[in-house]
Design a protein around this ligand. Structure first.
Ligand code: R5P
Length: 295
């Protein structure tokens, strides 16, 4: 019987190769591109009939990637694939999980229905679950959410002696608490109010007892960078040492990365869910172990 086939739809070939090697998957041959007018072209050159096929595609730039992703999954079904799974280390469209204003689309639900139409299962890492307790609430397929905390904790242990984990908002409690527990170190959860795409207001508690620690701001996503910049600014005003930042999914929209480079942040590292030169924390073993259980 043939081993499972892995197709990498985005540019995360490094993660794809690591997974293929660790889990004995065949790295398949796929051609996809956009025509000059923006339509998508997809072709699979590897045999799929009767095989488990896994697609690796983080969903940063989701509007560009979702159409080819659905075309690919539908094609795989036509080519006779047995089960079609999606490894999407960054799963998009989870932050719009309610109607904040009347008449707004709750895009998380619609997106979940689209993806679930085409795939049998998915694996993701630290999805932005806030008002939903778990992916099952909106994803009818088999969905597995992994936590990057153990691999982040490994990185912190190697690089920082007296960490103070700082979570920018209430949503961050889930990963900040777990990380602080693994590291046996103090943590803070700030209160954040989002005033617009590029504006947030933060409320910080008393930090007087924590000046001997190295603050590490930990967030799931860096999009515009507004949240991280504001936290860094507030910590600087309280005369804490320059912070480190760890993000699971570094999207760095617009000029976010450049702005962060010019802030008081000492170092910013990310997990390799979305390829970027800040990637310092590898998710391949974490994802690979789960994949083994699903196949
Ligand atoms: C929101 O609650 C998330 O956890 C992140 O804090 C948010 O997505 C970051 O966005 P930005 O970089 O635009 O502030």
């Amino acid at each position: 019987m043939s081993n499972p086939l892995l197709l990498v739809l985005d540019n995360n070939l490094a993660l794809g190769k690591a997974l293929a090697q660790q889990q004995n998957l065949e790295l398949g041959s796929l051609c996809w591109r956009h025509f000059p007018d923006g339509e998508s072209y997809v072709r699979v050159d590897s045999p799929c009939a009767g095989r488990d096929v896994i697609v690796l595609c983080s969903l940063d730039q989701p509007d560009q990637k979702t159409v080819p992703l659905c075309f690919l999954a539908d094609l795989l079904r036509d080519l006779g694939a047995k089960k079609i799974g999606l490894i999407t280390p960054y799963l998009a469209y989870l932050r719009q999980d309610t109607q904040f204003q009347p008449g707004e689309a709750v895009s998380s639900r619609t997106f979940a229905r689209i993806i679930s139409t085409f795939f049998d299962w998915l694996i993701t890492v630290d999805p932005h679950l806030h008002r939903y307790q778990s992916l099952d609430e909106i994803y009818p397929l088999t969905g597995v959410s992994l936590s990057a905390s153990p691999v982040i904790a490994q990185w912190v242990r190697k690089n920082v002696t007296t960490p103070l984990i700082v979570g920018p908002d209430m949503e961050s409690r889930q990963w900040v608490e777990q990380l602080a527990l693994e590291l046996n170190c103090p943590y803070l959860i700030l209160e954040k109010e989002r005033l617009g795409d590029h504006e947030v207001r933060l409320n910080l508690p008393d930090l007087n007892a924590l000046h001997q620690h190295t603050p590490i701001i930990v967030d799931d996503i860096c999009s515009s960078g507004t949240t991280l910049l504001e936290v860094a600014e507030q910590l600087q005003q309280r005369t804490l040492p320059p912070p480190l930042v760890i993000v699971v999914h570094g999207l760095f929209a617009g000029g976010a990365w450049e702005k962060l480079q010019h802030s008081s942040i000492r170092q910013l590292v990310s997990c390799n869910s979305v390829p970027h030169h800040s990637n310092a924390i590898d998710l391949s073993e974490l994802i690979g172990e789960q994949l083994k259980k699903l196949l």
